[in-house]
Design a protein around this ligand. Sequence first.
Ligand SMILES: [Zn+2]
Ligand SMILES: [Zn+2]
Length: 124
Amino acid sequence: MNEKLPFVCANCGAGIAVPPQGTMNRNHCPSCLYSLHVDHRIGDRLSVCRGIMEPVGIWVRDNGEWAILHRCRKCGIIRANRIAGDDNALALQILAMRPVSGFSTGAAGLSGAADFITVRGRNL
Ligand SMILES: [Zn+2]
Ligand SMILES: [Zn+2]
């Protein structure tokens, strides 16, 4: 999949246009915030999973930047993705108020997400 091309959201069916200026990776739907598991590592598009990634929470970084935590419905992997400028503000607010205890992947999934966040934090 070429991220520069428009795609259709697998969850709500909204058409997603060419990424707006300043958005590095348009990897989730701006209206429902769902994503697809297409990356093995961020941006490489090498994953063969292709599962629907459900937004499960908001993570606020030390610098105040918000990231969406996505969990793949197929394989259970959890990823943190930067929010984009045109993301649905209301959907983000609702997500931010959801308790993180809603995770159903168990301790392994949570520690996996923590490892990933640590790695990403180091790269900032
Ligand atoms: Zn959508
Ligand atoms: Zn997956």
